[in-house]
Design a protein. Structure first.
Length: 231
């Protein structure tokens, strides 16, 4: 590995948006920065207590992320590691648009229980002129479709993948107990890597109102393409 290439951390939604991964507390720029998970570096916590509470649900995705990064780095290609880090930051910056796309594609405003058995897959392509663009504009959604839980399980069939899915299900149940629709799974693929993004949904009534206000329906992909350019 070249000493001249600094390897970036994989930053997830929590770290990009500067909110506690467990409780959602917003980081105060005037206060001490929240501490990142020491292993994956993807998420941050407002306190050690919150990190401990989060660990049972974070353990599997944390290990998977750290393993992926280690494997890439051992391959001697820090540029690929940095490219994937940029991709992760890009999709974290478009979290709201991805949430709305998933709600409309899966019709979760009207069928909230569908979140338990369905996912949204989106192919993401790096733009030809990405080097001249800010991170928020480096990628574009170019394809996608809905998937059932069984189809996703057939992809995540190794031990690591099944552990990630089990953690996802537990996180979904946790958020449902708190009154939300749950967590919708969005599979994003770029650079030959698939990232299972967990997006928190509000209450069933709020989710329905959001979909009714702007229902992308079967045209969710072109509407998402427009949304990420307008964000």
């Amino acid at each position: 590995m070249s000493n001249s290439t600094k390897v970036k951390d994989f930053k997830g939604q929590s770290r990009v948006l500067k909110v506690c991964h467990w409780c959602g507390k917003k980081q105060d720029p005037k206060q001490k920065s929240f501490q990142a998970c020491g292993r994956c570096k993807e998420v941050i916590y407002c306190s050690k207590e919150r990190q401990v509470a989060s660990w049972p649900l974070h353990k599997a995705p944390c290990k998977a992320s750290a393993d992926v990064k280690k494997k890439i780095e051992e391959g001697g290609n820090p540029n690929l590691t940095n490219t994937i880090a940029t991709f992760k930051k890009w999709h974290s910056m478009h979290n709201d648009a991805l949430r709305h796309a998933a709600v409309c594609a899966l019709n979760l405003g009207y069928k909230p229980k569908a979140v338990n058995e369905n996912f949204l897959f989106i192919e993401i392509t790096q733009k030809p002129d990405h080097q001249d663009l800010p991170i928020k504009r480096k990628y574009a959604p170019t394809g996608g479709f809905t998937m059932t839980l069984e189809e996703v399980e057939s992809i995540f069939r190794d031990a690591n993948g099944l552990a990630i899915l089990e953690s996802f299900k537990e996180s979904n149940e946790h958020m449902q107990k708190k009154g939300g629709v749950g967590i919708v799974g969005v599979l994003l693929e770029a650079h030959g890597v698939m990232d299972l993004v967990k997006i928190i949904l509000p209450t069933p009534s709020a989710t329905k109102l959001n979909q009714m206000a702007d229902n992308w329906g079967e045209f969710w992909l072109p509407r998402l393409q427009a949304a990420v350019e307008a964000d």
